[in-house]
Design a protein around this ligand. Structure first.
Ligand code: NAD
Length: 385
């Protein structure tokens, strides 16, 4: 690997704009090859549009259904001295490709948790004439949130709850395995994480859009969650992040009560674990992710963020044969392939045998590492591999 290129805590010390451009173009070309999403949404708001699941969803609806999209993300624009953050380049190429295709998009940079951004979105929708939203995708992943009413700052933490946790983590950038341990989160850390990643802000968005008459009749809104297997529960589902996801999932019912009278519906989609800027910082999950990818690839079941969101739009929310099938808690399960018994059994068999010496052989660490550097626009060739 080129010595100068490093990723520490999910942040790379460089970015390759050309690589970001081709990543987005590849997802767009993949979507264009699929049949049109019948009955797809006309006007879509994507909160968290610049990477990962939000970008995948935006590409699916724009190029699969011809939807007009407005995207909001928190990305750094370039300066004379410094390149932009990867998501800024992703937004640029998305808007360019949309214009080339004769479609409509508008992309706003701002803090989606703020009331100012809500007002800006409403103002831009009215001005652009793109029409009230019939789909709102809530795909934010953030380490902090400023309460828009009190100005207080909340930080999310990634910790177990109840008991101390010791486990093995894998640095996806370097392939190094280390033992880690975490004290359980305090009640305050749990509450702060729920404040940042729970459903409060999702509900504020829906209330604001409804209040401004910017939600179409029969509008749908969807937020994303994760569950995962027992092997990751201590750090995720029963940890601080899982508490926030429980809150987010419960908020779907509150939002349904707000929009049901207009035919609207709120859903939570439980998606598969994937390498994104948000997920690689979750310790212990990384070893699971590399093992899972090996198994899914061998079975021809591996999907990226775009493929997951395209399947969600086509098979579950829209399309001639779409069925909004949910589990007993009302959640759409896009993690169905990840959670298949055979996939989970083989993944846990790998994890049981994993040592620092057999990572390359037993897991898809190399592929996950390529995906991680790819998020910053670097191909294996750019890294001298
Ligand atoms: P990501 O880091 O790739 O994308 C996060 C997006 O949120 C980016 O567009 C970023 O700019 C935006 N954002 C962050 N803070 C913001 C702010 N204050 N204002 C405006 N935009 C802001 O993350 P991701 O992995 O795609 O996660 C999206 C959602 O999917 C999260 O809710 C996550 O929990 C969920 N999810 C992720 C996985 C996974 O494995 N990656 C699995 C299931 C569910």
């Amino acid at each position: 690997m080129k010595k100068s290129l490093r990723i520490v805590s999910g942040v790379c010390n460089s970015v390759n704009p050309a690589g970001c451009f081709s990543n987005v173009r590849n997802w767009i070309e993949a979507e264009k090859k699929l049949p049109t999403i019948e009955g797809g949404p006309r006007s879509v708001l994507i909160l968290g549009c610049s990477g990962g699941y939000g970008l995948g969803a935006r590409i699916a609806v724009a190029f699969g259904a011809g939807s007009r999209t407005m995207g909001v993300s928190f990305e750094r624009a370039p300066t004379v001295r410094k390149k932009a953050s990867p998501g800024w380049y992703n937004n640029q190429v998305f808007d360019m490709a949309v214009a080339e295709a004769g479609l409509f998009s508008e992309t706003l940079l701002g803090d989606a948790f703020s009331n100012e951004t809500r007002k800006a979105v409403i103002k831009h929708v009215k001005k652009s004439g793109m029409g009230a939203f019939d789909l709102v995708i809530y795909s934010l992943a953030s380490p902090m949130r400023i309460d828009p009413f009190t100005g207080e700052t909340y930080h999310s933490t990634i910790k177990p709850t109840g008991e101390k946790l010791t486990g093995t983590t894998l640095d996806v950038a370097t392939g190094r395995m280390t033992e880690v341990s975490f004290e359980p989160a305090t009640d305050q850390e749990i509450a702060s994480t729920v404040k940042v990643m729970g459903g409060e802000d999702w509900k504020l968005w829906i209330e604001a859009l409804k209040g401004a008459d910017m939600l179409a009749h029969n509008a749908k809104t969807i937020a994303l969650s994760y569950i995962g297997p027992d092997a990751t529960h201590a750090i995720y589902r029963s940890g601080t992040l899982g508490k926030a996801k429980e809150h987010l999932e419960a908020t779907a019912a509150e939002i349904n009560a707000i929009i049901a009278a207009e035919g609207g519906s709120a859903y939570v989609s439980v998606n598969r674990a994937l390498v994104t800027r948000a997920s690689v910082v979750i310790p212990i999950m990384s070893a699971y992710l590399c093992a899972l990818n090996k198994v899914l690839k061998a079975k021809g079941l591996n999907e990226n963020c775009h493929e997951q969101m395209s399947r969600l739009m086509r098979d579950r929310l829209y399309g001639a044969d779409a069925v909004v099938a949910t589990d007993e808690k009302g959640r759409i399960r896009m993690d169905d392939w990840e959670m298949r018994d055979d996939v989970q059994k083989e993944t846990s068999d790998i994890l049981r045998c994993l040592t620092p010496d057999n990572i390359e052989e037993l897991t898809d660490w190399a592929g996950c590492s390529d995906e991680l550097f790819g998020l910053f626009g670097f191909s294996p060739a750019d890294r001298g591999l």
